[in-house]
Every structure is written in C-alpha cells, then in structure tokens.
Design a protein around this ligand. Structure first.
Ligand code: IFG
Length: 495
C-alpha cells in the first residue's frame, strides 16, 4: 500500500498544474492545481487528527463530527501508523497549502495556521459521506483580501446571525468581514465617550422602516472579533463619514454646523447629511471614535467610509479627509475607505474600496500611481443587494441586475484602467441591508453569488471558467442545504 503514498508524495513534489476546465475535484474556490487518484480515505472510529496546531485541528474535528457523527480525537502525539489526518506546519509554502489523500492517510501541510485552515476547508469539500476523495492539491490565494460586507446600520443583524454568516463565508476562504456600523438610520457600535450614539442611534425603532434597531456593545463586538479570528476571518469596522451621519447628528446636534438636531430618518435616501467640516468638535468626535474602535480592533484596517458626501462641499471634503485619514495611522491602523477618499493626498497610503460601475476612475488611478491600493467591489458585479432578476423579492436595482454569471465573469486584476493587479489587494462583496430583515434574507442574497466573488479573490485567473464554476456550484448546493442555508437556486445552475 506504500506505493500510492510515495506516488502521491512524488506528485506533490512536482505539482503538475491541471488547469483544464474539467477540475479534478468539485472545490470552490478552484485550487491552483489538483490530481485525483481515486484512492479515497475512509473516516471511521479509528481516525485521529494529529497536529501541533490544535486550533485548526479542533475546528476540523467539529466540522467532521457535524457532518459524519464521528468523534475524531485531536492529538499532538504521533498517531498509530495509518488512519490519521495530519495537519503540519512546514516551510516554503508561503500563504498556501498542500493536501495529499490516499487510502492510508490524509496530510495537509502549510507554512501558517491560516494556510492549514484553508486546507481543511478544501478537505471538507473533498468529503462525501465518510469518504475523502483521494489525490493531491497544491493551492494558494491569488489575492490576500477576500472580503464580505454586512450593513448593520440600515438593519441591525444580531451577533448570532453574524456568527452563522462567518461560518459560511469561511468555507469559501473569505477572510475579511467588513461591518458597516454607522449610517443615517442608525449607529451600531458602543462608543464610551459618546454614549448617546447607541442610546439614541441604536435604539429600537432605528433602521430602515423603523425595524432595524439594536447595536453591538464593545463586549459583543469583541466576542465577534474573537469568533471571527478563531476562523481566520479579520473584522473591518466602518464608521461612514463625513456623509451618512444623520443618526450621529440626531444624538449629538453639536455635530451639525447649526447645532440643530435633524429628525431621525428611517427612509433609504442617501447624500443629505454631512459632519460640520469647520467645527473642531467634529474632529474631537472623529478622533474619539477612531481611537476607541482601533483599541478593540486587532485587524489592520479601520474603514472611514467617505461615500456619497453630496452635502459636503468638495473642497471641504478634501480638507476633512486630509485631517481624518492620518488619525487612523495615529492609532496604529491603515485607513480604508470608499474610493472617493482618493481625492485626498493623505489617502495615498490607504486602501480604496472601489464601488463604481465603470472600468475607469481617473482620480483613483492617479492615487494608485502614488501607492494607494484597491479592493474591488464594483457595484454592478459585487453588490449582492442587487436583485438577481426582476422577480427577486429582496434587493435594489440601481447598479443593475446581478445573476450568478454576472458576479463571476469579471477579473479584479484587470477591472480598472490604470490599476494594475499589483495594486489590487483583492475583492469584497457588499451586502447592504435596506431591504434585508433576517439571516435568511442575507443568505438568499449572498449565496451563491458570494461563491463567485470568493473564487475571483482566491483562484488563479487561469482557472476561471464559467462552465466549470457552475458545475462545481451545483455540487456545492447540497452542502448549503445540509447546513440550512437559504440560498438562491439560480436557473443558471443545474442544482
Ligand atoms: N450606495 C451607498 C450605500 C447603499 C448602497 C445600496 C455605497 C458605498 C448604495 N454607498 O454603496 O450606503 O445605500 O446599494
């Protein structure tokens, strides 16, 4: 029985890229290269997970127990020969991983715990019943930033709903979750120095149609950050400004220029609010918020919004960003904002989230020429709050209808003129919640299109193939069904 293993090992040593449209395995995102051998590994009561990275081993054991009913021990010591799944940290694999499966053993190797975890997510997709498909996989991400975004401001989604969403997005190797925590309709994160932001802005009755009330205490936010981090997902908090601030101004009228609190808003209009750019109170507020948020955010990014500041005079907008972007660095984080922040030269060391619907943005291209990096979220491709088609009950249509193939058929590395792949950090799918009311609504709009965005963020451009993807999606569908995920059964896929 040794031969297949040696053969497998030899195959790993010289991975033969198999970039045909017919993938060796039904895995999403598509791995860089894979060879199927048919020498499947069978899980049973003697199976052991051997690893010196128990954080990864225990998550794999939990997933396998949920899927197969088997309780598989996780142990650092050398398991008896055979019958083992070993998760090993070795050098030279960068941010990728290797998998080798044959009848006697499963081996996942990576150079980082996150790489091992990515390998286990692939392994779980090689499972059918208690059999794990035999073969080898060599894989690594194309882009480092593969994000999903949830809008907790228009409609607050409870921490347990966000956790369930984190469980699902991580299986697709999404590794960043951007939480939109403030907007005109509501403020969703406790700030000690400004308590009325949540007392008033997070009260019941705030949110679109007055039904999206609620907020995260710092403890709940930290619990979410920790839950996400255990699954190698980094939380990116967003405080949107200088626009999208009506809820903050209802709570603190001193954030307006005339000191008069605007009426609370539960409609879906945008672009009517602005912080008072000439007032020092504004910058004390902004610095307090950034400081408190940075203190509870282990991730590298604080998102400062910057979109649709239609009520802020253009010169004032630049002045505001010139002062605010450096505050993010002052508290040890990298500023991240919607692409409008590229109007400020302070943004050259930050990250722009591109949400336009065209392939050209000269202001952004100019900032990129000075070092700015970009996360691609084109609204006509990656905004999952767009309807699938005219019949979709939920969602909007302003950026166009987005069926699965529309979300799949584009390339983040070449999408924008003047933005080379080397300046692209990755992709992010946005899911605004004006029309969403539950985790079911989130799941229906996110899946399967998020799988398309995840593949664009992870897989080589060379593996990009709609027929292959739609086939693998059909094979993935039963996983969503088994986990009670309310996904959209697109007519473009043979579920
Ligand atoms: N644009 C607004 C969002 C949201 C969205 C809904 C951005 C950056 C339309 N800004 O997208 O607040 O209302 O599709």
């Amino acid at each position: 029985m040794a031969l297949p293993y040696l053969l497998t090992a030899a195959l790993i040593a010289t991975p033969v890229p198999v970039l045909s449209a017919e993938p060796a395995f039904d895995v999403i995102p598509a791995p860089v290269s894979a060879v199927a051998t048919g020498a499947d590994f069978h899980l049973d009561r003697t199976t052991v997970i051997q690893t010196r990275t128990p954080a990864v081993g225990s998550l794999l054991a939990a997933d396998l127990r949920e899927a197969t009913g088997l309780t598989i021990p996780v142990t650092p010591s050398a398991a008896p020969a055979g019958r083992k799944i070993s998760l090993k940290i070795t050098g030279g694999l960068g941010d990728g991983y290797r998998i080798a499966v044959d009848r006697s053993a499963v081996e996942i190797k990576a150079s980082t715990p996150e790489g091992l975890f990515d390998g286990t997510q692939t392994l779980l997709q090689l499972r059918d019943g208690r059999a794990i498909a035999g073969g080898t996989i060599a894989d690594r991400p194309r882009f480092t930033y593969r994000g999903s975004h949830l809008d907790l401001a228009r409609h607050f989604h409870a921490p347990d709903e966000v956790k369930k969403y984190i469980d699902e997005i991580r299986r697709l190797k999404i590794n960043y979750l951007h939480l939109h925590l403030s907007d005109d309709q509501g403020w969703r994160i406790q700030i000690d120095g400004w308590p009325r932001l949540t007392e008033i802005g997070g009260a019941e009755g705030t949110g679109v149609d007055g039904v999206g009330g609620g907020f995260l205490t710092k403890a709940q936010y930290t619990d979410l950050v920790d839950y996400a981090a255990a699954r190698f997902v980094t939380i990116v908090p967003e405080i949107d400004m200088p626009g999208h601030v009506n809820a903050a101004q209802v709570a603190y009228p001193e954030l307006t220029c005339d000191g008069v609190a605007p009426p609370p808003r539960t409609d879906t209009a945008v672009g009517y609010s602005s912080l008072c750019i000439s007032s020092e109170t504004t910058y004390r507020f902004v610095e307090d918020v950034i400081r408190e948020l940075a203190a509870i955010t282990p991730g590298p990014y604080i998102h400062i919004g910057g979109d649709e500041a239609h009520a802020t005079p253009p010169a004032d907008y630049v002045r505001f960003q010139d002062r605010v972007i450096p505050l993010v660095a002052k508290y040890g984080k990298t500023a991240y904002g919607w692409n409008e922040i590229a109007q400020s030269t302070a943004a050259y060391s930050s990250v722009a989230q591109y949400w336009g619907t065209t392939n050209n943005n000269p202001v952004l291209a100019g900032a990129v020429a000075h070092g700015m990096r970009v996360v691609m979220s084109p609204a006509n491709k990656a905004y999952l709050d767009m309807k699938y088609d005219r019949n979709t009950r939920l969602g909007l249509t302003w950026a166009g209808l987005i069926e699965v193939r529309t979300a799949y058929d584009w390339d983040p590395g070449t999408h924008l003129t003047g933005v080379p792949e080397s300046s692209v950090l990755g992709v992010e799918a946005a899911l605004w919640s004006e029309t969403l009311r539950s985790i079911d609504d989130i799941e229906f709009m996110a899946f399967p299109r998020l799988a398309a965005i995840a593949e664009l963020g992870w897989s080589p451009a060379a593996t990009h193939d709609w027929e292959s993807f739609r086939t693998r999606l059909a094979a993935y569908g039963p996983q969503w069904t088994a986990r009670g995920v309310d996904f959209y059964r697109s007519p473009q896929v043979s579920w």
